[in-house]
Write a protein that binds this ligand. Structure first.
Ligand code: SAM
Length: 302
């Protein structure tokens, strides 16, 4: 496969997977031996030089896991790809309160241990950084990962007053044991208690598109009832799915095999438009979660 153009590799791999192959093996030039060659450059021996990211991207596009490669005596490497298997059950499960509560399901996911989640999240939190002693509201807080990430800002904002809201009791119990200083409410985000007060920062990651959530209503109420005049927001919409224990880029609409970003783009654009109309400057970043940050536009003379 070393000399084959990428399109030939892709067609070979797809044909093999379509016939139910349990694994694909490709012998290719060692990506570490590129010696500064441009990606895809032809080497003197006629083989195509590709970098590790290219092989990882190929595996992801084929919905495969890429295994630790084996070194070959000729200086090349043997890559092994195996199908990832079906999507995690929580993506399509019943729309119950405990959909994300199963300890062995979403409860076992550690997004903060994946660079594609962690680094964009930290960048977003830095953009909307709350002040010391600020009030922070976290909707759909689950086991409290966003609270943990706030503590990893450098320097971390001190003495934050954090309120986490989720309707699933199990993850909330875990959040309570992790963050003794925060307050957690078992509550529906559509009907936040009126006496919650106003916050310097509201965070809602991967909750607004939930089947039981009226996203526009929740955003409107956040802005009108729960943010201080200088209050900021970070909203996250999922742009990934979990398959066989790995995260795969791209939102997917029910009943479609291929990623389709139509809904996430539509919702993101609607939230961004609403926030801009209400005096916020916005920024969109992220990778596996798309992250919309919103800060109040400074008033002239303020
Ligand atoms: C996909 S998880 C996201 C958890 C966390 N924010 C993260 O990004 O890792 C969605 C969370 O929102 C909660 N949730 C969904 N709909 C809700 C609702 N109507 N009211 C309160 N919590 C809700 C779920 O229980 C779950 O903990």
């Amino acid at each position: 496969m070393g000399a084959a153009p990428l399109i030939a590799v892709v067609r070979w791999a797809r044909a093999a997977l379509a016939t139910g192959a349990a694994a694909l093996e490709l012998d290719v030039p060692d990506p570490d031996q590129a010696g500064g060659a441009a990606p895809g450059a032809l080497r003197d021996d006629g083989a195509v030089q590709r970098d590790w990211r290219a092989w990882c991207d190929l595996a992801e596009e084929l919905r495969c896991r890429i295994h630790t490669p084996a070194a070959l005596p000729d200086g090349g490497v043997r890559l092994r790809l195996t199908p990832l298997g079906p999507e995690a059950r929580w993506h399509g499960g019943a729309a119950g309160r405990e959909r994300y509560a199963e300890a062995a399901g979403f409860g076992a996911v550690r997004k903060l241990e994946h660079p594609g989640f962690l680094l964009p999240l930290l960048a977003a939190l830095e953009r909307v950084r709350p002040p010391d002693r600020g009030r922070v509201l976290v909707l759909g807080c689950h086991r409290g990962d966003e609270i943990e990430a706030l503590g990893w800002l450098e320097p971390p904002p001190s003495e934050l007053e954090v309120v986490g809201v989720d309707h699933a009791a199990g993850p909330l119990a875990e959040a309570r044991s992790r963050f003794g200083g925060a307050r957690f409410l078992e509550h529906d985000v559509n009907e936040l208690p009126a006496d919650l007060g106003r916050f310097h920062l509201a965070i809602a990651i991967d909750v607004l598109q939930g089947p039981q959530v009226d996203d526009k209503l929740v955003l409107r109420r956040l802005v009108q009832r729960h943010l201080l005049p200088s209050g900021r927001l970070v909203l996250g919409l999922p742009n990934s799915r979990f398959r066989g224990g790995e995260v795969v880029w791209g939102a997917r609409t029910r009943n479609y095999r291929e990623p389709d970003l139509s809904l996430v783009v539509r919702d993101l654009a609607a939230h961004r438009r609403y926030l801009q109309q209400h005096g916020f400057v916005t920024h969109v970043g992220g990778r596996y979660d798309l992250l919309l940050c919103a800060c109040r536009r400074a008033r002239p003379g303020a």
